[in-house]
Design a protein around this ligand. Structure first.
Ligand code: ZN
Length: 119
């Protein structure tokens, strides 16, 4: 299956940390698709997809990055996304990283986000 890994929500340094990771870069890529580094297409099985999620989580925790979560898209299960938890919390607004809907508190947003993703 083709697994789509969406890195577009990540800053460049984190994106590169994942893309340059030896284990991650050794995965079979499906290059029939756009080579846009924001989204990586991998040609892997369901089982390997789960390993990829763990792998990306490990890369993030090795980089001491705690505010990002690796999530699976509930609607399109071949899609994995790395999202920042609570993007602009300083402003007191919580934006759904998937559809951009604004919420006044984290709880409301988390409930809403379950529509898109399994955490
Ligand atoms: Zn949403």
């Amino acid at each position: 299956m083709v697994v789509k890994v969406d890195l577009s929500h990540l800053p460049l340094n984190l994106k590169l940390a994942i893309l340059n990771n030896q284990e991650f870069s050794s995965l079979p890529r499906d290059d029939r698709f756009d080579k846009d580094v924001d989204v990586v297409f991998l040609d892997v099985s369901q089982e390997v997809k789960e390993k990829v999620m763990t792998m990306v989580e490990n890369i993030l925790s090795m980089s001491n990055i705690e505010e990002y979560s690796v999530v699976e898209n509930m609607i399109d299960q071949s899609e994995i996304a790395v999202l920042k938890s609570g993007d602009i919390e300083e402003l007191g607004i919580f934006i759904c990283a998937h559809c951009g809907a604004p919420f006044q508190n984290r709880e409301q947003m988390m409930i809403h986000q379950r529509m898109h993703y399994i955490f």
